[in-house]
Design a binder for this molecule. Sequence first.
Ligand SMILES: [Zn+2]
Length: 503
Amino acid sequence: MKRTIIYTRQSTSEKNQPNSKELQTHTCLKMAEQNNWVVHEIMHDEVSARTKSSQERKMLTQLLLEVEAGTVERIIVFKRDRIARRAHEYMEIIKLLKEHEVELCFSAANEPPIMPGMISDFLEYILAGMAQLEGNAIHDRKIQSRKIKARDGFWAGGSPPFGYISQQGVLSIDKQKVSSNLEESTKKEYSKADLVGLLFKGFIELWSVNERLDEILTKMKNHPKAVEWKWKDLNIETLQSRLSNRLYRGQLMQKIEGTFLRTMGAENRERIKSLALIEKETWLQANSMLSKTLSLFPLEEKEVINPLFSGLVYCGLCYRPMETKTKYYSCENTECTRRKFQVQIKTIDQSLKKRILDYWESSLDNNSNNELFQRLKVVIIQKCKEEMEQKKSKLQKAESNLIEAYLNENRKVLTDALRNYEGTLIQWKQECEKYELIQKGLDDLLLLIVGHYQSLSFEKREDVAIKIVGGLAEKVLVFPSKEFSIHLHYNLSQVKGNIIGSE
Ligand SMILES: [Zn+2]
């Protein structure tokens, strides 16, 4: 028999919030009871959705494995955001559930049900995207409080720099000896704080103007004391970040969301000063050496390009999908009229982003009357009707079966037919309710999206536009004339634009 499973997730930050584990479980159980579903298992994850992707959520992973094994009939969760905070993860999970015909139910009173048909993907995306935005708002508040902490000279999160311990943000020097694996007789134990001093001293001694940072590091690793002084564990990144850490000279600078924040207030600064592990002069000397080395031999920067629209970009000449090569979308079709037609990923992605944002925002401007929203509403309602019709014909069939069974005067057949009719009737009623809910709530839902959207920062608005319009895009044709056209699902008009920027 297939199983009904309740899945709950609680973030570490949500302990005292209205979506506690208890509340989630309670509403899910209540929903099961109202529908006469036997609950076979309750699965719970305790994580932070912002930092961990769903792959790292143990129970969810297990649940999805069971879905794949075909043992699950239905999953009850509190809200969409319990499944995944990131829209694309959520969509992947939804896809899996659909493939295995697993019903997903939401127990929160104000959570819209899964929409019917093809359009559901799009709306689900918006709803999941909004859950993600709410997640971001929580994230923003956390950032704010971290910034305040940083300005007051407290450690604002993450593990403190090597050589320090943090207790609720109050930093102190780590004086505990680090055990070494050396022979007892030669063993001399150092604290992490001692090791910092040795690192600066060693770097200054072994530094030479005509060597690269990795060459200096190799020299350090080959030093007779390398094991004792823990230089064997160093890599270029740790060496560089330790040497340039200002805390070792008694200044605290923390980078939060791209901004460097310095300790404010004389008293706070005095407290930080007492945390210095080395002389200011030593620090300055090491850092002028380090910057000389890095200016002569810069570290290679690996440029990471994440194509935003891979799989969607098509060659405008042969209409085949273009492949993603390190920096280019490239037409690899040997029969294409233009051999190896290429466009730079960066350029086209930026141009598309800009155009999509324009399109989306102009759609919002003339709100209820614009093509995108009108079309969406029509398609959603149409899909709902189709599904209702299906349920209706099922009901009619059950009805005629019932009449036939009645005329047959066979008790067993009649009981079965009656049970079947009752079941179909319930399904029909549910479908009607859903239809009504969607019909009534659709304008509100779209308004909610618009309202939510307009209160966002530019970066987030861009993000939403790309998710929504990008999610609607069927393909993007790119032409050597530097023009492109975005073809959208649901018979929406094409969006045309030009590739901006040089190749
Ligand atoms: Zn081509």
